[in-house]
Design a protein. Structure first.
Length: 176
């Protein structure tokens, strides 16, 4: 029963061919350049110790998506063939230390290795699609420091790794 669902939800090769190797390489460049960490809006609201955070990044909307956005009063039709739908990631290594000098571990909480589409936001007058990866830890923290190295991959077998500094607190302002 799960197999048909899994197969139907994966982008097809024909849809992958919608993007050139250069477009996929440019996409990897954008998301690795803008990768960072953030607390969730829920953590920002509660201000209580948490066992989660986000890796967040973004990429500019394509000309086609920007045209759609402008023609549809600021909305986009979600589809399974946006360029971000083809990206996967792997956590290569990390070191995360809380305010008590405890080393925290990342838990596998059954989430897929695909990027989550988050809201649209304008950065430097460019409309971007925000993307995220939710990270679950083995214990709660108030402050978290260290790094996490993530390797992003596209179907053209291009991979790009980025070492993301982690310096977050439950008192930070959450993602925008």
């Amino acid at each position: 029963m799960l197999l048909p669902l899994t197969v139907c939800c994966q982008p097809t090769k024909a849809k992958q061919e919608k993007y050139t190797s250069k477009q996929m390489d440019d996409f990897l460049g954008q998301i690795t350049t803008h990768a960072g960490t953030s607390i969730s809006s829920y953590t920002e609201y509660k201000r209580e110790p948490t066992d989660e955070f986000y890796i967040v990044t973004r990429y500019p909307l394509s000309k086609e998506k920007l045209k759609e956005y402008n023609q549809n009063d600021g909305t986009l039709q979600n589809s399974a063939d946006d360029i971000s739908d083809f990206a996967t990631y792997t956590v290569k290594n990390y070191e995360l230390i809380d305010e008590k000098d405890n080393t925290l571990q990342i838990l596998d909480h059954g989430r897929g290795i695909y990027l989550q589409e988050m809201g649209l936001w304008e950065y430097d007058s460019i409309l971007c699609q925000n993307l995220g990866i939710d990270i679950k830890l083995n214990q709660h923290y108030e402050k978290l420091k260290g790094f996490i190295t993530v390797e992003f991959e596209m179907p053209n077998d291009n991979r790009k790794a980025v070492k993301i500094p982690v310096d977050i607190s439950i008192h930070d302002k959450g993602p925008e």
